[in-house]
Design a protein around this ligand. Structure first.
Ligand SMILES: *Cc1c(COP(=O)(O)O)cnc(C)c1O
Length: 220
């Protein structure tokens, strides 16, 4: 399956006009698909599975910025810590501590986003607002020097009800605004929006969208 070049170019233009970063979600897609976009100048790619990301990182150009967007298990942090550009799915304090530890080992400060649970589905990961309060209390006592918290990430319900989707995305933006100034430097990244809801997400304040199927075709 080749990538949709026209779609890519118009989406990129759309994002550039709005100062939105386009993360091309290449999970389950072959490295040849990534290279097609790479040759057009694209550098931000998102992956969900550690093993797949590690393999692709080893064989593909080293100036690719790899975004880890999936659920990250603590025992797998060590495999991506040396090179990952941004971890979107930090969904627990324990995971944050582990990333901090691995960042220390590699003398890195690893950029991370906090994943917030906004969907109705219980299956989705992320902090709720009470857990966020606890997290920030705990970080003010015990900072994580090898983690750079740059913002938040979330996923709306998988639903055709766009009123519901918009409501959930709005909730994430509200939480983002609450916490933005509580960190120094202030939050700069709000990662929300996928193929089905990126326009609404950007209307609601996202500045980073994660697009898979629209660029690479449906996943098998
Ligand atoms: C797969 C995935 C995407 C991309 O989804 P599409 O609907 O294919 O654009 C975005 N974010 C996360 C967290 C994903 O797992």
């Amino acid at each position: 399956m080749a990538i949709q070049i026209q779609v890519y170019q118009s989406l990129l233009e759309w994002c550039t006009k709005r100062n939105v970063t386009l993360v091309a979600v290449s999970k389950t897609k072959p490295s040849s698909d990534i290279m097609e976009l790479y040759e057009l100048g694209h550098r931000d790619f998102g992956e969900n599975y550690v093993q797949e990301l590690v393999q692709k990182q080893a064989e593909l150009p080293k100036d690719i910025r790899w975004h880890f967007i999936g659920h990250l298990q603590r025992n797998k942090v060590k495999y991506i810590a040396p090179f990952v550009h941004l971890i979107h799915g930090v969904d627990s304090e324990k995971l944050l501590k582990e990333i901090n530890k691995e960042g220390g080992k590699h003398q890195r400060v690893i950029p991370c986003l906090l994943q917030v649970h906004i969907a109705q589905e219980e299956t989705k990961f992320g902090f709720d607002s009470v857990e966020l309060t606890h997290l920030f209390d705990s970080l003010s006592n015990e900072p994580c020097e090898h983690v750079f918290l740059k913002g938040m990430m979330g996923m709306a319900s998988f639903s055709n009800d766009m009123t519901l989707v918009r409501k959930e995305l709005k909730k994430l933006k509200e939480l983002y605004d609450v916490y933005q100034q509580k960190v120094s430097p202030p939050f700069s990244h709000l990662s929300m929006g996928m193929s089905g809801d990126y326009e609404i997400a950007v209307e609601e304040g996202s500045n980073m969208i994660r697009i898979g199927s629209m660029l690479f075709g449906a996943r098998g």
